[in-house]
Design a binder for this molecule. Structure first.
Ligand SMILES: *[C@@H]1O[C@H](CO)[C@@H](O)[C@H](O)[C@H]1NC(C)=O
Ligand SMILES: *[C@@H]1O[C@H](CO)[C@@H](O)[C@H](O)[C@H]1NC(C)=O
Length: 238
């Protein structure tokens, strides 16, 4: 009795949520798809505890490995804030629902955690470990994903995001704050901060990829948890 009531309640709750989040559209109705996605994504990013969808703002990542050729860095226990304020533009869904592309336009993303770094920051040697904080200005993240169709536990077809490729670009200055560089030697640390703050674009191009990959991976996991609750036939009109 209790079980059937709670199942009924869950179905009711998820039905209401899915209906209110993704407005059904014809795949080729670009205006409808665009509006529907732009309406749904911010709510998914905030998180939907009833459906097991974690918040994407803030995101917590245990470890980010920046294993690059001239500089190696690791970020530990990083909290990333700001994704819910990113706007989506240029959203494109292909007609057979196997791929999506969009741009995330983020006004500001902040990362705070612990770091380890060793290597060359373009021209300057850099070495250290401690607390760090990074605050970006405007950032554009272009996301290119393949989608996968599968049968859910309800016997209906569901889509999920199978993978993604990113092209990111910093559009305004980034503030770098890495405590305890060179074991706290102030002159060396100041020189690296001055260089990074002045050359924020080149520095971001060098180091950004592993960090954004880790963030978008978390966001993708959260979006996929939501998509498990939505049958394709309920959001795609024939
Ligand atoms: C880092 O990259 C090098 C090649 O550039 C590779 O040999 C090494 O195994 C990588 N380390 C980790 C921890 O992924
Ligand atoms: C990250 O957090 C965990 C759990 O609180 C802790 O055990 C670990 O030492 C932290 N890592 C670093 C590098 O501070």
């Amino acid at each position: 009795m209790f079980l059937s009531v709670s199942i009924a309640f869950f179905c009711f709750a998820s039905g209401v949520l899915t209906n209110s989040l993704i407005t059904p559209c014809k795949v080729n109705d670009l205006v409808c798809v665009d509006k529907s996605i732009k309406g749904a994504i911010p709510k998914i990013l905030v998180g939907i505890p009833e459906l097991g969808v974690e918040s994407s703002d803030p995101i917590f990542v245990d470890q980010i490995d920046g294993n690059l050729s001239i500089i190696k860095y690791k970020f530990f226990n990083t909290t990333i804030t700001g994704f819910k304020n990113c706007e989506i533009s240029n959203f494109k869904l292909n007609e057979d629902i196997t791929a999506i592309k969009y741009d995330l336009n983020c006004p500001k993303i902040s990362l705070i955690g612990k770091y380890e770094v060793s290597g060359r920051l373009i021209v300057l040697p850099v070495e250290g470990s401690g607390d760090f904080q990074l605050i970006t200005g405007k950032y554009s993240i272009h996301v290119d994903s393949e989608l996968k169709k599968g049968t859910g536990s309800d016997g209906k077809t569901h889509i999920s995001i199978k993978n993604f490729k990113l092209k990111s670009k910093a559009l305004s200055p980034i503030k770098f704050d890495f405590k305890n560089l060179f074991n706290g030697q102030k002159d060396l640390s100041d020189a690296v901060h001055k260089f990074a703050n002045e050359n924020w674009f080149e520095v971001s191009e060098l180091v950004q990829e592993p960090t954004w990959n880790a963030c978008i991976k978390k966001v993708t996991t959260n979006v996929n948890k939501y998509l498990k609750n939505v049958a394709l036939e309920d959001i795609v009109l024939q």
